[in-house]
Design a binder for this molecule. Structure first.
Ligand SMILES: Nc1ncnc2c1ncn2[C@@H]1O[C@H](COP(=O)(O)OP(=O)(O)OP(=O)(O)O)[C@@H](O)[C@H]1O
Ligand SMILES: [Mg+2]
Length: 262
């Protein structure tokens, strides 16, 4: 579980100081989904970087399972990121000279996984996002939606506890966006991930079980409904009410690959 207390981030450039985050307090339970929205420049990506241990706050603490990411050593932080945190970006961030499979394998290198096992697990992860037929393709030989699937496989191949996504559908058309959302929602539920996503897309934000709005570095939280129940419905495990928080849109009712073995 995450516990953020008084998280402040100041960027200083010359004489100018930008206070990107101003005292964020936030708790995120294991297995929860949190969607973050807000105006451009409000501090969304900065917050995600603090949560992902990609950068450290100027003040405050970012505890993940009792360890303060703001204070642990760089070595420990790198290790923790490699093991526990998968990240997906709007621009996919794939390495253009590597195949889909090799791109996914890169996430396992810092964990010391042997090459043969890396290849096998990367192929399995790509199959689980529906790309089993594209292992040898370079990013340029894939569509935008397929590239994002490779990035998702790369984030998940290490079996992380936490999945972070910064506008993962920002570069995709609406149909592809829905496919990727269905995939992410399905994986979130199937693997019990703690899933934190930044989006500009109000149709995604509206449907989130828990919504954080970040404006001028400050946070407002809104509980919008029973996200767990929605996810269980998607997996067909819920004996209870079948009314999903996501309304009519069949985001997670589509099929998303086998995904065994994570
Ligand atoms: N490395 C940096 N150095 C200086 N200022 C920065 C840096 N990164 C972000 N900022 C500033 O911090 C503020 C918050 O930026 P951030 O990227 O978190 O916004 P955002 O909410 O993600 O915006 P967007 O929706 O446009 O992605 C902005 O005013 C930005 O200019
Ligand atoms: Mg941003």
């Amino acid at each position: 579980m995450y516990r953020l207390t008084g998280v402040t981030k100041r960027y200083t450039r010359g004489k100018e100081t930008v206070e990107a985050l101003r005292g964020i307090d936030l708790t995120i339970e294991d297995g929860d989904q949190l969607v973050i929205q807000g105006p451009t420049g409000g501090g969304k990506s900065t917050l995600l970087q603090m949560i992902g241990g990609l950068d450290r706050p100027t003040d405050g603490s970012v505890e993940l399972d009792g360890e303060d990411l703001a204070r642990i050593s760089e070595t420990k932080l790198t290790r923790l990121r490699a093991e526990k945190i998968g990240i997906i970006f709007q621009s996919f961030n794939l390495i253009p000279t590597l195949t889909a499979q090799e791109n996914v394998e890169t996430a396992l290198v810092p964990l010391g996984v042997k090459p043969a096992e890396r290849r096998e697990r990367a192929a399995e992860a790509l199959r689980s996002v529906g790309l089993g037929e594209r292992l040898g393709h370079a990013p340029a030989e894939l569509s935008g939606g397929q590239q994002q699937r490779v990035a998702i496989a790369r984030a998940l191949v290490k079996k992380p506890k936490v999945l972070l996504a910064d506008e993962p559908t920002g570069n995709l058309d609406e149909g592809t966006r829905d496919d990727i959302m269905a995939l992410l929602e399905g994986l979130w539920h199937e693997y019990g991930l703690t899933f934190i996503m930044v989006t500009h897309d109000s149709s995604i934000a509206r449907r989130a079980p828990r919504l954080a709005t970040i404006k001028a570095g400050q946070i407002t939280l809104t509980e919008q409904g029973d996200g767990q129940r929605f996810a269980q419905q998607a997996a067909g495990q819920d004996g209870g009410p079948q009314q999903a928080a996501y309304g009519q849109q069949p985001y997670v009712q589509q099929q998303y690959g086998g995904g065994q073995g994570y």
